[in-house]
Design a protein around this ligand. Structure first.
Ligand code: ADP
Ligand code: ADP
Ligand code: MG
Length: 449
């Protein structure tokens, strides 16, 4: 087992990983930017090193600086968290070359799944259903012909995409060429790669994803699904497990497809396969080759600590669970707490937190890196915490979440607890039938309340 791990991330996920290290008796090394001197992860880790100025490219994305700190401190492994370098095959490869364990799958697997249209082809070969579409668009006229064939609306997506960026939905054939150009230029600036692909845009569908753990000994297990259909602009707001409308027979099929997907690419470590669920059918959307933001939901229903298992798997240990041991229990819900004002076009809000009260009680978890008198810097993600609850059934989980949202107080910045509460109180949420397009429309109604 490793004795020292470097955490190449910030915010709540860095804190989450440092906690796992502490519980496992592993020393932790934090890195931080000049804007993050007062950040919680810096304080909690056993050692902390400043690696550059505030901008991501100058600090958290500076691969050489990260490797230098790992080498100088004798860290044997790097945990990349989510976002940042977590799905960057060059970084994983650099770690491999330097003899540092990258806590995630191999650089080859990240590369194969990171190119989303290549991943589609790989999955189709492995027998996993995919949405009809077109890979790597090079010719706009050809794209229009394919779109006519599969039928509008279509969705244009960045091959290197992530975090809901580089996506365009096209309902009118005349708009397709321009949408391709716009998605491509957005992808170029966000990911340094302008390649885009196209799929049929499925409406009134759910985003359902399945969590896996795969060790280096050929064992792959699934840990239940998460329904992440509460999305605004393709970004998740509320997640829950299990999916409230999932039929046991469909779940079995999705599990089989997910294991086949992982085995087809020789996947190791924690990963998530995302699907669109359309009635009785589901289609592969992408694989996230990293820890997911919403992983606590799965931890609550399965009792499995995903971060600890990521570390053990990277160290070569064998899973001591078989599929039979995983018996998801009850219902867990997560609300992402973002420092933004939903009544003011989701304008991000930063500044000093003058008062903080974190909800408590049994099966209430608040993963965050904020504390009283902390000043939220303007440079990073607006997600400042994740509130997660677990209960025996969904009704109780919703009530528990409502109570916890009500108790949460963050003075000094705007945050979205009121929006989360309105979502949870809606009929669509309560009956569990909500689909990915729902919140986009519902928000206008919420604003009037
Ligand atoms: P999840 O899929 O875990 O629910 P998100 O898609 O919301 O998470 O992404 C998690 C974080 O990582 C967000 O901060 C998002 O902006 C960022 N992110 C995701 N994919 C990429 C990527 N390819 N490049 C850069 N940032 C990314
Ligand atoms: P990202 O890498 O940014 O997470 P995804 O491919 O996972 O991109 O898509 C983001 C979201 O866009 C999905 O969660 C889903 O809501 C929506 N989406 C993606 N592809 C389709 C599709 N073919 N039809 C309908 N919605 C889609
Ligand atoms: Mg996705």
């Amino acid at each position: 087992m490793f004795t020292k791990i470097l955490i190449a991330n910030r915010g709540e996920i860095a804190v989450r990983i440092i906690r796992a290290c502490k519980e496992m008796g592993i020393s932790s090394v934090a890195v931080y930017s000049e804007a993050d001197r007062d950040a919680l992860h810096v304080n909690l880790a056993d050692e902390s090193y400043c690696i550059g100025p505030a901008l991501l490219k100058d600090s958290y994305l500076n691969m050489t600086a990260l490797i230098d700190v790992a080498a100088a401190t004798g860290a044997q492994a790097i945990h990349p968290g989510y976002g940042l370098l977590s799905e960057n095959p060059q970084f994983a490869e650099l770690c491999e070359t330097c003899g540092i364990a990258f806590i995630g799958p191999s650089s080859q697997v990240i590369k194969r799944m990171g190119n989303k249209d290549e991943a589609r082809r790989t999955m189709a070969k492995a027998g996993v259903p995919i949405v009809p579409g077109m890979d790597a668009i090079t010719d706009e006229a050809e794209a229009v012909r394919v779109a006519d064939k599969i039928g509008f609306p279509v969705i244009v997506k960045a091959s290197a995409g992530g975090g809901g960026r580089g996506i365009r939905i096209v309902r009118d054939r005349g708009e397709l060429p321009r949408a391709i150009q716009m998605a491509s230029s957005e992808a170029m600036s966000a990911f340094g790669n302008g390649e885009v692909y196209m799929e049929k845009y499925l409406e009134h569908v759910k985003h359902v994803e399945m969590q896996i753990l795969a060790d280096k000994h050929g064992n792959v297990i699934t840990l239940g699904e998460r329904d992440c259909s509460v999305q605004r602009k393709n970004q998740k707001l509320v997640e829950e497990s299990p999916c409230p409308v999932m039929r046991p027979d469909i779940r079995k099929k999705m599990q089989a497809a997910t294991v086949a997907a992982a085995k087809a690419v020789g996947y190791t470590n924690a990963g998530t396969v995302e699907y669109l669920l359309d009635g009785d059918n589901f289609y592969f959307m992408e694989m996230n080759t990293r820890l997911q933001v919403e992983h606590p939901v799965t931890e609550y229903v399965t009792g499995v600590d995903l971060v600890k298992w990521q570390i053990r798997i990277a160290a070569g240990l064998e899973l001591n669970y078989t599929q039979k041991d995983i018996r998801p229990d009850g219902c867990a819900i997560e609300c992402r707490i973002n420092s933004e004002d939903f009544r003011n076009d989701f304008r991000p809000s930063c500044g000093k937190i003058s008062l903080l009260h974190i909800p408590g009680g049994p099966w209430v978890r608040f993963d965050t890196a904020i504390y009283q008198d902390y000043t939220i810097p303007p440079y990073y993600d607006s997600m400042i915490g994740k509130l997660i609850v677990h209960a025996r059934d969904r009704r109780e989980a919703i009530r528990k979440m409502q109570a916890a949202l009500c108790e949460l107080v963050i003075e000094g910045v705007n945050y979205n607890a009121e929006l989360a509460s309105l979502i949870l109180a809606s009929d669509e949420f309560v009956d569990g039938t909500y689909t990915t397009g729902w919140i986009g429309e519902a928000i206008e109604e919420f604003k009037k309340l």
